[in-house]
Design a protein around this ligand. Structure first.
Ligand code: AMP
Ligand code: MG
Length: 329
């Protein structure tokens, strides 16, 4: 009888054999950035279909929110919104509203109208505005002056020359919508990365994901964190920049000054959603150590790791190593 049971079990497991569970991964370049997807699946064809869907989702968001593609709604807003209100999809409108929320909670450190100055730079060609144009752009940075019509989903710029850009939040948003596709399909373990923004589904099957924070001045990791089920975003002054006369001109602009934020070299945020982690990593990069940690400490579910210009690492209270924790009650 025992033998017979063993035989039945064996037949059942043989029938299940064609399904070979494994990790499936792919890297592509979309939005001018590296997209990486890795998922655990037991069907190779289904895994490839899901990865295709994620890449298509990345291209969809790029086609909507790119400031450079002439057919993108965001491009058309920048071209026309100082003449006439421009209608956008509810999705784009809502992401702009969400961006303004991060402006509100940060005293304007995050501000999508930074582009009024930011778009005068071309980091690849080492082009920066002259002082007169930079000052004129600085006068136009103020998210509060954007005219948003919540019913018609239109945007209007009260000033000629005003520009918006979602570069500080759109990649994180695209990671979230991609993760939603994977979760809906039942994926239990996986990662989606868009440049410096990653979100993890589950763990690496019994082990944590080992997530590195890039060393800001070397081709190695400064810190490695064991993580699962979380989003992690890093903003750094090494991503898009050029140097002139010993000054580093990089892509994260302090909206109050209209020039690159200089207190930090790297800002990492851990949060549940990638949209939040992305927006806040840019925000804290601008805010610097004191104000940045103060903001992270008051936001539930948000942790921060900041590296200053001297290379010193600063943690939010929940992560602070023993001895560095402020005296508690
Ligand atoms: P990240 O790598 O997420 O920090 O995004 C950097 C991008 O955010 C830049 O390339 C700009 O497109 C955008 N950005 C720069 N400064 C700001 C700012 N003060 N507020 C919002 N977005 C910004
Ligand atoms: Mg960001």
């Amino acid at each position: 009888m025992k033998r017979f049971c063993g035989f039945v079990l064996c037949v059942v497991s043989l029938l299940a054999l064609p399904v070979q569970a494994d990790w499936f991964q792919r890297t592509e370049s979309v939005m001018g950035t590296r997209i990486f997807v890795e998922i655990w699946q037991d069907d190779a064809a289904q895994a490839q279909r899901l990865i295709d869907q994620v890449m298509a989702e990345m291209r969809r968001i790029d086609a909507l929110m790119s400031p450079y593609k002439e057919t993108a709604q965001l491009y058309l807003v920048n071209r026309d919104a100082a003449q006439t209100p421009v209608a956008v999809t509810p999705e784009l409108f809502n992401l702009i509203v969400r961006s303004n929320h991060y402006s509100d909670i940060s005293g304007g450190a995050f501000d999508i109208t930074f582009a009024s100055v930011g778009h005068q730079f071309d980091y690849r060609k080492h082009i920066k505005p002259d002082e007169q144009h930079r000052r004129a752009g600085l006068a136009l940075i103020n998210y509060k002056s954007l005219k948003l019509d919540e019913k018609k989903h239109t945007l209007f710029f009260p000033h000629q020359g005003m520009r918006i850009d979602l570069g500080g939040i759109a990649k994180g948003y695209a990671v979230d919508t991609s993760i939603a596709i994977l979760l809906k399909a039942g994926v239990k373990n996986g990662i989606v990365t868009a440049g410096g923004d990653s979100r993890l589904i589950g763990d690496r099957r019994g082990r944590p994901w080992m997530m590195g924070i890039k060393h800001p001045r070397a081709d190695t990791h400064a810190i490695t964190l064991p993580l699962d089920n979380i989003s992690i975003s890093t903003s750094g002054d090494y991503e898009r920049y050029f140097e002139e006369d010993g000054v580093r001109y990089h892509h994260i602009i302090d909206p109050k000054k209209g020039e690159s934020a200089r207190e930090l070299v790297s800002a990492t945020i851990l949060a549940n959603e990638s949209t939040e982690a992305d927006a806040l990593s840019t925000t804290l990069f601008v805010l610097g150590v004191e104000k940045g940690l103060e903001l992270a400490n008051r936001l539930p579910g948000v942790s921060a790791i900041l590296i200053d210009r001297a290379g010193k690492v600063h943690y939010s209270d929940d992560l602070a190593p023993p001895g560095e924790k402020p005296p508690g009650p």
